[in-house]
Design a protein around this ligand. Structure first.
Ligand SMILES: Nc1ncnc2c1ncn2[C@@H]1O[C@H](COP(=O)(O)OP(=O)(O)OP(=O)(O)O)[C@@H](O)[C@H]1O
Ligand SMILES: [Mg+2]
Length: 145
């Protein structure tokens, strides 16, 4: 079964390391303009998933949650823009000023936590992921492609 089919059925992981592995597997099948939305409650594992993506592209820098600066840009085998829109709700005008289109070039991956708080996304969403937590387990499901 391909990683996309497995994700459509939902993959349950039991540790952050297992979540990194799922992210790495997905990373290898993404197109050059990948836009991932990551939905799920606080602590569901969204940032952990993005850390796995960073590993896949040999990004050496530590991936940390960009809650206060909205996004972080990393360069590895491809560009990874990690965005957390949680606090954007308070000042949506910042989003217009980001000019993301001028910062990001293919092959890129834009990974967005809390996408519902963004007024718009300047590229089509390619993968919409939902994460849920139950105890130590996290279930990651691909809602569409
Ligand atoms: N199977 C698992 N997969 C991912 N994370 C796990 C797992 N089991 C435990 N954890 C822990 O759950 C936490 C997930 O936190 P993370 O920052 O990734 O969540 P988040 O969805 O980004 O939350 P927020 O909305 O606050 O940004 C981490 O502390 C991680 O170590
Ligand atoms: Mg997070």
């Amino acid at each position: 079964m391909s990683i996309l089919d497995k994700l459509k059925s939902g993959i349950t992981t039991s540790s952050p390391e297992e979540t990194y592995s799922v992210a790495k597997e997905l990373a290898h099948v993404l197109g050059d303009e990948a836009v991932l939305t990551l939905e799920g409650d606080l602590g569901a594992g969204k940032t952990t998933f993005v850390k796995g993506l960073a590993q896949a592209w040999s990004i050496q820098e530590a991936v940390t949650s960009p809650t206060f600066n909205i996004y972080n840009l990393y360069q590895g085998d491809r560009q990874l823009a990690h965005m957390d829109a949680y606090r954007l709700e308070e000042s949506p005008e910042i989003w217009d000023e980001l000019m993301l289109e001028e910062l990001i070039y293919p092959p890129f991956c834009l990974a967005i936590e809390w996408p519902s708080k963004l007024p718009f996304i300047p590229w089509p969403i390619t993968h919409n992921l939902h994460l849920t937590a139950k105890g130590e387990k996290r279930t990651i499901t691909l809602e569409n492609e």
